[in-house]
Design a binder for this molecule. Sequence first.
Ligand SMILES: Nc1nc2c(ncn2[C@@H]2O[C@H](COP(=O)(O)OP(=O)(O)OP(=O)(O)O)[C@@H](O)[C@H]2O)c(=O)[nH]1
Length: 374
Amino acid sequence: MTRVTTTPGWTDRLADLLFTTEPVQRIRLRQASLAIALMAICVCIMQYAAWVTGVDQGPLWWWTVLSLGGLLTAYLLIRCGWSKRLADPSLTVGQMVFAIASGAIGYSMAGPVRGATFPILMIILVFGMFQLRASTTLRISLYALGLFGLTMAAMSQWKPAVYPPAVELGHFLMLACTLPAVSILAGRLSRIRHRLAQQKTELAEALAQIQSMATRDELTGLLNRRHMQTLLDQEVQRCQRSGQSFCVALLDIDHFKRINDQHGHGAGDAVLRGFSDVAQAAIRASDVLARWGGEEFVLLMADARMPPAVAGVERVREHVEALRVPMGERMLQTSVSAGLTQHRPGESLEQTLERADRLLYQAKNEGRNRVLYG
Ligand SMILES: Nc1nc2c(ncn2[C@@H]2O[C@H](COP(=O)(O)OP(=O)(O)OP(=O)(O)O)[C@@H](O)[C@H]2O)c(=O)[nH]1
């Protein structure tokens, strides 16, 4: 297989520089950049409205620097990783609280064009709606209402000619009606998000369960025959490509029918589980053990040469011989026979397994509790 590698273009490099390559940080930094972009648009609208109506733009420039500078600082705190130590590493609440305060200052400066701050306020609240809990959005809405209310009251006292009390009361009532509506919408969104997250978790759990059912044997927890067949087929293909080889062993518990007959099916099941546990503990992490059917198991040893493979299966045999399965007052003892072989270049999987099966049969005939290889 040819691996296609592409050199990142300048846009990718710029994106990495601005947003880092860390997925979660990327989301936070994209969001902070969006906040800066939205604030820049709002600032332009305010500046344009002030220019058209002849309002003194000097203080507005200070406000512009403060507003954009504050959000830029938030971006930099996220970018350098400082915000990771906080409970809210995206600084969403901090950015919103700052932007609302900046909106209230803008309102006090804008005079006749102060109405332009209302859409800014709504954009700030919508910005948080997609991430924050409904209760947090409600608290931020109340904070915005309080801060704008205070600003309106102060300005109507200080400059009643530009901020007539009746008009300010009207503005306040308008905000008092719209802000709770935003909170209600945020609450709905929060519930939908919560339900979606819950469904996602449930789906992931169901998928993991289905995958386990499709690939694992219920009694022993080992891989099942179907999945082992897939792994063996893949191993044959891999060896055809690489010229390497693998070893495979068929293992069969000795006189298992006797255990069933003398102690019952439950005892047989307990022995199967006990066998699986000790065999699993005896093999290397890279080896794979599966239940092939009944009391028969397959051990796949990828990349293994014969001498170490023999030692591995022999270790399993010894562990099984030492196994004692408690059954009431008694301790059940068992043993295992195994046929081990190495896959030869050019042969099919069936031919390899047939050879292992013949060796297993021979091991049984020679008295059981032994490993034969060839
Ligand atoms: N308890 C239990 N028994 C099983 C299960 N699957 C297969 N068996 C039993 O395993 C026994 C296998 O018996 P045989 O094939 O005669 O083999 P054996 O008694 O182990 O004899 P040798 O292999 O020659 O040593 C049968 O009695 C099956 O019913 C299972 O999941 N649980």
